[in-house]
Ligand binder design. Structure first.
Ligand code: NAD
Length: 332
């Protein structure tokens, strides 16, 4: 809609694909609080209408239950929008391993349609990519300029990373060839209220198991580590990139640098919930289909986004777990 975007001076209209998802619902709420208008497009495949319940009465919030593959709907919404934040994707390790065709098609064709449509209406595009694209990289921390090493194509787990890499290539190509303002960002593990444990997300899963008194199931030997970033911090980074006039055509890591092993995470969840659950180790061969490969460490270098936006996470793991525990208790 607006090729002469002046983000400093007026409220904007955002199209958030995946707007009823975990990150999308938090982002939509933040954008509305900043005085913007939000169209949330979501087919509710992994998202949930409950995530956006509190936004439904807002005069500037418009939820459209549909698919990003529906060109007519995309056209209608993009033609009224200044910025598209493209979050809709097939997500979650379990889902990806079990439904590789769906993963590849949603992530590649869906993003292609979003980019083509954004180009038609001159919308700036923010695209969610993932730390998974660093693959089996062992140079810590992961920097946007690092080479990547993925597993072989007969291991469907890597379809997610490869599909998101194609999205990045395509987005950057639209910037290079057509001058469309595209900002791909690589999210590291993002956590907080409303995230579902259903698709293999580790923190909600551990918290639910601990609260029920069930065994807390750690896959592998638990020495693999991750850095968990609070969704409330992550959306500030995404909104910051959306509003910044000089960030297009570059990749940005978004994540926390506080590293914890999955076994230590399980112990911390057990302590913070006051649970009597035992912690059990489940071999990968039992947890996932054969040939599953995990990444041992994933630590982001956030120097680039910090230099651009002065952004860094403000909440530590204890605070993150407190909010997830509170949320899961309210759901029970
Ligand atoms: N949460 C994380 O730790 C994390 C890490 C790396 C990258 N990401 C990326 O962030 C984005 C958001 O992830 P999330 O954690 O909020 O997951 P989520 O599953 O809660 O959000 C994705 C949303 O997209 C919707 N969706 C999926 N396919 C769609 C389609 N074809 N049409 C319309 N809507 C569709 C789902 O219903 C869901 O609401 C994704 O692109 C994901 O790859 C997330």
């Amino acid at each position: 809609m607006n090729t002469h975007l002046n983000t400093q001076s007026k409220s904007l209209t955002y199209l958030v694909t995946g707007g009823a998802g975990f990150i999308g619902s938090h982002l939509s709420e933040h954008l509305l609080n900043q005085g913007n208008t939000v169209f949330a497009l979501d087919n509710l495949s992994t998202g949930n209408i409950d995530n956006i319940q509190r936004l439904q009465g807002h005069p500037n919030f418009h939820f459209v239950r549909d698919d990003i593959m529906n060109q007519m709907v995309l056209d209608r919404l993009a033609s009224q929008s200044d910025i598209v934040v493209h979050l809709a994707a097939a997500v979650g390790v379990q889902l990806i391993v079990e439904r590789p065709v769906h993963t590849i098609e949603t992530n590649i064709m869906g993003s292609e349609m979003v980019l083509k449509t954004a180009l038609r209406y001159g919308c700036r595009v923010l695209m969610a990519s993932t730390s998974e694209v660093y693959g089996k990289g062992i140079k810590i921390p992961f920097n946007e300029g690092d080479d990547v090493l993925l597993g072989t194509t007969d291991k469907s787990r890597w379809a997610y990373a490869a599909s998101k890499m194609v999205d990045e290539f395509l987005g950057l190509a639209y910037w290079q060839e057509y001058g469309l303002e595209v900002v791909p960002f690589r999210l590291f593990n993002t956590v907080g209220a409303r995230q579902t444990g259903q698709y293999g997300m580790v923190i909600p899963r551990f918290v639910q198991q601990a609260l029920r008194g069930d065994p807390i199931k750690v896959y592998g030997d638990g020495t693999q580590s991750r850095c968990f970033c609070d969704v409330r911090d992550v959306i500030l980074a995404i909104a910051g990139l959306a509003e910044h006039s000089d960030v297009a055509g570059k990749l940005y890591n978004i994540g926390s640098t506080e590293e914890v092993s999955i076994l230590a995470l399980a112990e911390k969840v057990k302590t913070q919930t006051g649970s009597a659950s035992e912690i059990v180790l489940i071999p990968y061969t039992e947890a996932y289909p054969s040939g599953f490969e995990d990444m041992q460490r994933r630590v982001p270098d956030i120097g680039r986004i910090n230099a651009r936006l002065d952004w860094k996470p403000t909440r530590d793991l204890t605070e993150i777990l407190t909010s997830v525990i509170e949320f899961e208790k309210s759901r029970m």
